[in-house]
Ligand binder design. Structure first.
Ligand code: NAP
Length: 260
């Protein structure tokens, strides 16, 4: 299917690896020029070169921490007229409610709530004036169903979800389409780190921890970043223009629900 976005310009945050990389690859496949970001320059440049070689689109890289004002300023300077924004950043550390004080809460809110909100409010005026825009926030299945050891994520991402629910409905008439994409467990570095923690907690091997986690998913496996990216690219496409403020869950059926 032609996604109708060839020649559009996208900022994809936190995209040298994992889910952000999957989104960048699928957008490039649809002919979108990219500005990619991550903190470490090496893996970022590797991903950028792979995409240039594979799809022939223009790829700019900005190595910076997207959760800082300085980082956001740099990426917006590199691409001041983004048609598409994919918001993403690293996830907060696992733990228990009793582990976290003001510092940890502020960091989680900065990464997973304020950063995507501030990037959104920076790109919205341009998108509105051009009467076309797409914003996808990579959040988490934890927004629908809390993950006990990821309380920082549960809370910070719920705040972002509230912002999107209201704002998406205010900008839809201007051709700007905002939605959230909610990963369940996908086989990335993030899940590798969480599985290491699970193996420690459950006193089992890493392999056993991975097997147990995958057995609990109706699809029987973790998701992969390229499939995730294909859904993101669709949500950034011309065809998604009647999809407003939705929370699209990709979790292999793990959230047990008849509706919602
Ligand atoms: P990942 O494989 O660890 O990749 C994270 C990517 O983000 C890397 O490119 C990393 O590069 C970059 N990054 C991290 N912090 C950054 C920052 N402050 N500024 C700029 N770039 C940054 O993670 P993932 O699995 O793709 O997860 C992406 C998001 O989805 C996370 O918020 C995660 O919590 C959430 N999520 C993931 C899953 C899952 O199963 N994978 C499930 C639910 C939610 P550098 O380290 O070089 O910066």
């Amino acid at each position: 299917m032609d996604l109708g976005i060839k020649g559009k310009k996208a900022i994809v945050c936190a995209s040298s690896k994992g889910l952000g990389r999957g989104c960048a690859i699928r957008l490039a496949e649809a002919g979108v020029d990219l500005t990619l970001n991550a903190r470490s320059a090496g893996p970022l440049e590797e991903t950028a070169q792979y995409i240039r070689d594979s799809f022939g689109v223009r790829v700019t890289t900005v190595a910076c921490d997207i959760t800082t004002e300085e980082g956001r300023t740099k990426i917006l300077a590199a691409e001041p007229d983004a048609d598409i924004l994919v918001n993403n950043a690293g996830g907060p550390p696992p733990g228990l409610w009793s582990d976290w004080g003001q510092k940890e809460w502020e960091a989680a809110v900065q990464s997973n709530m304020l950063t995507p909100i501030l990037l959104t409010t920076a790109v919205l005026p341009g998108m509105i004036s051009r009467k076309w825009g797409r914003i996808v926030n990579i959040t988490s299945g934890s927004v629908k169903s809390p993950i006990p050891f990821l309380g920082l994520s549960n809370a910070a991402r719920a705040g972002l979800t509230g912002f999107v629910a209201g704002t998406a409905r205010q900008v839809a008439k201007d051709g700007v389409i905002m939605n959230n994409l909610l990963p369940g467990q996908h086989d990335t570095d993030r899940i590798a780190a969480l599985m290491t923690k699970k193996a420690e907690t459950e006193n089992c091997t890493l392999d056993e921890a991975r097997q147990r986690a995958q057995a609990a998913i109706p699809a029987g496996r973790f998701g992969n970043a390229l499939d995730f990216g294909a859904t993101c690219a669709f949500m950034c496409s011309e065809h998604a223009k009647f999809m407003i403020g939705q929370n699209v869950l990709l979790d292999g059926g793990a959230f047990n629900s008849t509706m919602g």
